[in-house]
Design a protein around this ligand. Structure first.
Ligand code: GMT
Length: 379
């Protein structure tokens, strides 16, 4: 198949997932065309079946807001026609679903019918999409999609609750390349971060409010009182300055490392003992799944789709959102008990195998086939 993938090219989970999906489809012999405004971060090597089309947004003094949506739709049209795409798969509804709808209407005028699939990822529904400035367009473009998927049951249910959706939403879970994330022994890296054998706690996110990074720091501060530990904070975002202030207030700066955005996440995960994800909401929690693949137990909130991946007592533990004391107590218990830690590490790894990339990619391929077949029947 000739597949166009549209996503955010940044470090966010939706872009990561879309890029990994495209790479896996290319490995299976499909021709994959990424259409984005920048090279996606995980698209970092040449692949014979992968093409990249950059969306250029010309500016003009009149434009206080450069019309990205128009440029994206126009690029989609160009790629659909010139690369003879069979379908478009857009990740994150805003603005990708409405731009795909526009492109579909335009190519129809050229005698081409190209279906589009929309994958909902989380904040496009639960935060931004619900806002009344966006809601009508989001509802319309989701309903106009030829197929809709959500990355967890929770996100599917939330979508039905918040929007008048008239179509079926299929749940296709996020996945992990378990081989890439399989735990490796990296003694020098570990030694550099924890020279005295301290336990390493890890958090990876875009440091937005929804992630509750201050809770990560508070949990760590409580753990550090009980055992020698280091905290690795991977990623960057708007809350970072206030998180640094909090570390100073708590007097824990020497044990907290802000390592910024990292491409080699698998290395960071390989040296970690515990992953913390106390989010206000998380449709899935892809970073937590990647941690599990590296045998890192997860302590998370029980928000959104997290209970669908983090199983208490098996892959880690869960608490209510904001229950810092509960999370700290679970972390301390786990990190002090080597037998329990080994058991949970094994459980986390086993759980990651359920979301193995090889189990999930065929579900997308089957959906593509179904959509294309429906289109032929309609013609
Ligand atoms: O977590 C974010 O804020 C980034 C966001 C994105 O769209 O890039 O992540 C969402 O999609 C990920 C991939 O499907 C999910 O694993 C995250 O749980 C989801 N984030 C939220 O729901 C807050």
């Amino acid at each position: 198949m000739r597949i166009g993938i549209v996503c955010y090219p940044t470090y966010g989970g939706s872009g990561v997932l879309a890029t990994e999906l495209g790479k896996a489809l290319a490995d299976k012999g499909h021709m994959v065309h990424f259409i984005t405004y920048q090279q996606p971060v995980r698209l970092n090597a040449f692949h014979a079946n992968i093409y990249y089309h950059e969306v250029q947004v010309p500016t003009y003094p009149l434009f206080d807001f450069p019309p990205y949506e128009s440029a994206l739709s126009s690029t989609m049209v160009d790629v659909i026609i010139n690369q003879k795409l069979d379908l478009l798969h857009v990740h994150y509804a805003i603005p990708h679903a409405s731009t795909a709808y526009m492109a579909k209407q335009i190519v129809k005028k050229h005698g081409r019918t190209v279906p589009f699939i929309t994958t909902l990822h989380g904040t496009d529904i639960t935060l931004v999409g619900k806002d009344k400035t966006y809601e009508p367009v989001v509802t319309f473009s989701i309903n106009e999609s030829d197929a809709i998927t959500a990355v967890s049951e929770n996100l599917r249910d939330e979508t039905y609750k918040s929007f008048p959706i008239e179509k079926d939403i299929s749940v296709i879970y996020n996945f992990v390349d378990t081989q890439r994330f399989s735990r490796r022994d990296l003694p020098h890296f570990r030694q550099a971060i924890a020279p005295n054998g301290e336990k390493i706690l890890l958090h990876v996110s875009n440091f937005r409010k929804v992630k509750r990074v201050p809770d990560v720091v508070k949990v760590f501060a409580a753990v550090r009182k009980e055992l020698p530990a280091k905290l690795l904070l991977v990623g960057d975002g708007p809350d970072r300055p206030s998180i640094e202030c909090l570390c100073r207030e708590l007097g824990i700066c020497e044990d907290v490392r802000f390592v910024g955005k990292q491409e080699q996440l698998e290395d960071v995960m390989s040296i970690s003992d515990l992953f913390l994800l106390p989010s206000e909401y998380e449709s899935f929690g892809l970073a937590a799944l990647e941690a599990m693949a590296a045998q890192v137990p997860v302590i998370s909130s029980n928000a959104g789709g997290l209970p669908e991946i983090n199983i208490p007592g098996q892959t880690g533990f869960m608490s209510n959102v904001g229950d810092v004391a509960g999370m700290a107590e679970q972390a301390i218990r786990l990190l002090k008990d080597e037998t329990l830690l080994a058991q949970i590490r094994k459980g986390a790894w086993e759980q990651a195998q359920r979301f193995h990339i090889d189990n999930i990619i065929p579900q997308y391929e089957a959906l593509y086939e179904e959509v294309l077949l429906k289109q032929v029947q309609l013609l």
